[in-house]
Structure formats: C-alpha cells, structure tokens
Design a protein around this ligand. Structure first.
Ligand SMILES: [Zn+2]
Length: 247
C-alpha cells in the first residue's frame, strides 16, 4: 500500500493486490489527471460512493442515500462522481454547522390575530449563511399563540437546539404597563385556582457587575429565562398552596 502524496486528498491509499485506490472509509476512489487553462497539470480523486448534481450549493450526495436531486432534477447515473477533496470539505463544513431558531410572537395590525413565526438560522464557522422562516401559525387569541410558542420552545429545547424567543406582544404591553391581552380568553373560561409548579433550576445565580447594574441584570436574566420556562399545573388545593397570586 502506498499513500497518495497529494495535499488535496487527505488520505487515499493504493491497494496493489486489488489494483485500486481506497480512502479511509474503504470507499473506492479513482485517480484523474487534468490540465489547467495555463497548462499546469493536476490530479484529483473521485469517490464512487458519491455523486455531484447540477446545483451550485450542496451538490454532493451519497448514492446509497439519494439517487435523485429534486432541486435540479438530475439522477446519479447521468452525473459524475464527487471529488474526494470536495467531500472532505463538505464534511468539515457540516461539522462546523449549527442550527439556531428565532421564535416571534406578534400581533396583527387588526389587533385580533396573533402569529407565531419560526426562523431557522444556519451558521457555519460562526457566520450566518442562511436564514429562512420555516413555520407560521396564526391564532385568534393571545393565549393560544402563547401556548404554541411554549410548545415549539419545549420541542426544540428537548432536541438540544439553541432557541431565542421574542414575544412582541408581551414586551409591548410590559413597556406600556398594560395588562396582557388575556381578557378575551378569560371571558370564555371560568376562573379556577391552579397550582403551578415552576420547574426552574435557577435558585442561586452569580452576577458579575457593579451594585448599580445588579437590578437591571437580574431583571434581564429573569425575563430571558421566562421564554424558556418549563412549568406544569393542576387544580389547586387552597389548603396546600402557600403563595396566591391574583391576576
Ligand atoms: Zn441538485
């Protein structure tokens, strides 16, 4: 066995017995020689396990996983095998790819509709490379929208995804010092006593700041945690509940 000395291809080996090139995954590679426009000769390996479609981006596909690209409508039989150094670069890129989610709860101009939007940000090597709105849910009440927001946060958080939430309605009404638009929901429902269990893990938090900055920092922290707050509830037994908060 001899190692191919090219810098482009991380590790491709020649097996003299089988008279074939292999990469470290054991996939069969083929050696090609070509010439640049200025006459410089160069060589590269292709990998039989992968193929290139005609797309400008994300054009490398594994044959066992995808035989047809729906974006450019090409089939692997008609397309060339992928180059090994481009496959290596793709895996390096995927390793450094992160997905973050921005959730927005906003109120329609008519004041009657509430929308939850989910934006997916793809980050590679710390740079934002793609940002798309992937979900949109509309509701006729603030309460329903807030529930949906909570559901999506819980779901994404359980998949260990980074989630940021912006509740424009809550922010707006906190700033104006008004009550939340819950009255509409409350009219339809009877009032009950509820026992709410806040599953918060923060009991003792350290802040590194001056005393003057402390109040603002604590406020900011608590508000940011509220977006991710996990809680359960049941009908309350008034003899057991210690703290009563009336809305
Ligand atoms: Zn394609």
């Amino acid at each position: 066995m001899s190692k191919w000395p090219s810098e482009n291809d991380k590790e491709v080996w020649y097996d003299h017995k089988n008279k074939a090139w292999y990469n470290t995954e054991g996939e069969v590679c083929e050696l090609h020689k070509s010439t640049e426009d200025d006459g410089t000769e160069y060589s590269f390996f292709t990998n039989q396990a992968y193929w290139d479609c005609e797309c400008d981006e994300d054009y490398i596909h594994k044959k066992t996983e995808q035989k047809h690209c729906t974006k450019c409508d090409t089939f692997h039989e008609e397309q060339p095998d992928s180059r090994q150094h481009e496959i290596d670069a793709m895996f390096e890129k995927l390793k450094n790819r992160k997905y973050e989610y921005e959730l927005f709860l906003s109120q329609g101009k008519d004041g009657k509709t509430f929308t939850v939007d989910v934006r997916e940000d793809i980050i590679e090597f710390g740079d934002l490379i793609e940002s798309d709105f992937i979900e949109k849910h509309s509701f006729n009440s603030y309460g329903q929208a807030e529930n949906k927001l909570g559901q999506i946060v819980t779901e994404l958080s359980s998949q260990k995804k980074t989630v940021h939430t912006t509740n424009e309605v809550k922010t707006l009404h906190t700033i104006l010092g008004r009550k939340l638009i819950r009255e509409e929901d409350e009219l339809k429902q009877e009032s009950n006593l509820w026992s709410v269990n806040l599953n918060t893990i923060f009991k003792n938090v350290l802040f590194d700041c001056t005393e003057d900055e402390l109040e603002e920092n604590v406020r900011t922290f608590v508000v940011s945690e509220l977006g991710n707050l996990d809680w359960t509830y049941e009908k309350a037994d008034v003899n057991v509940s210690k703290t009563m908060i009336r809305s």
